[in-house]
Design a protein around this ligand. Structure first.
Ligand code: 13P
Length: 281
């Protein structure tokens, strides 16, 4: 059984200049494509789904598929709830066997973020699972409905936050944003270095889509242990399906279509795994 705890995966890469890819999934094709890339490269990954995506991919259906795929995988795979907003959904994910949850209190005042993150950490610990939180505010929202600019993480606040909450992983805001970047991102490596110097916990980079391989690798060299990729996989699947339908025309069919979608996600995940493993620039 290869379902594993996120904390173990992140501590294994801390200090190695590598990062673990955390890949968002919304369907069976996405789960299969991501796990195939992980197995083929012998690289552990994290499968994740965000609470805002659940109207499209209900947790009661997608969750068991993610956990089942992780259990059957030939490499360690953690299963993670991304951007959890309510205790109810956190608990539902943990009941399904997710091995980590993120509580996203980044919109809340610091004191309230600390209080609610501690509650989430206690809940996760009661299931033997890990917890991730966010401090500062990553630009935009996971589903593209919010357009807020990035508010960089304050290094002193991050130190206090980690000490008081004891989170296993901390998502930082360093000029990164969810979705496709409108202008090339200018990551604040100075802020990242200051946070990394004060926070023991592995750091997480959200908004991975559109960041260059060189910047990914520089992040991994400076304390980032987990990198989230969502939009690039959703876009790859859509483009793969469109290409297949155009190419096959009237001969297109369901099985060819699902294979094209799985292949497109596989290729995207594979490319990111190589970058996060420091294997190509
Ligand atoms: P992207 O959609 O920009 O890849 O961001 C993914 C993410 O951070 C999910 O939490």
């Amino acid at each position: 059984m290869s379902l594993c705890n996120m904390k173990e995966l992140l501590s294994a890469v801390k200090g190695t200049n590598r990062a673990v890819g955390s890949f968002s999934v919304g369907s069976m094709e996405m789960v299969m494509g991501a796990v195939r890339a992980a197995e083929e490269t012998g690289t552990p990954i994290i499968l994740q789904v965000a609470e805002v995506r659940l109207p499209y991919s209900p947790l009661a259906l997608l969750g068991p598929m993610m956990v089942g795929a992780a259990r059957a995988a030939r490499v360690p795979v953690a299963v993670h709830l991304d951007h959890g907003l309510t205790q109810e959904v956190l608990r539902q994910a943990l009941e399904l066997g997710f091995t980590s949850v993120m509580f996203d209190g980044s919109k809340l005042p610091l004191e309230e973020n600390i209080r609610r993150t501690k509650e989430a950490a206690a809940l996760a610990a009661s299931y033997g699972a890990s917890v991730e939180a966010e401090l500062g505010r990553v630009g935009g929202s996971e589903d593209g409905t919010e357009k807020n600019a990035c508010v960089c993480t304050d290094p002193a606040e991050a130190e206090r936050f980690q000490q008081e909450t004891g989170v296993d992983a901390l998502a930082v805001a360093i000029g990164n944003a969810h979705g496709n970047y409108r202008a090339a991102p200018q990551l604040r490596f100075d802020v990242l270095a200051q946070v990394a110097a004060r926070v023991e916990a592995p750091l997480v980079l959200h908004g991975g889509t559109g960041i260059t391989p060189a910047d990914f690798q520089r992040c991994a060299e400076n304390g980032i242990c987990k990198i989230n990729i969502a939009t690039a996989s959703f876009d790859a699947l859509t483009a793969g399906a469109a290409r297949y339908l155009k190419q096959e025309g009237e001969a297109a069919g369901f099985f060819g279509l699902t294979a094209a979608m799985e292949q497109a996600v596989y290729e995207n995940v594979l490319r990111h795994i190589h970058i996060f493993n420091h294997e190509s620039l």
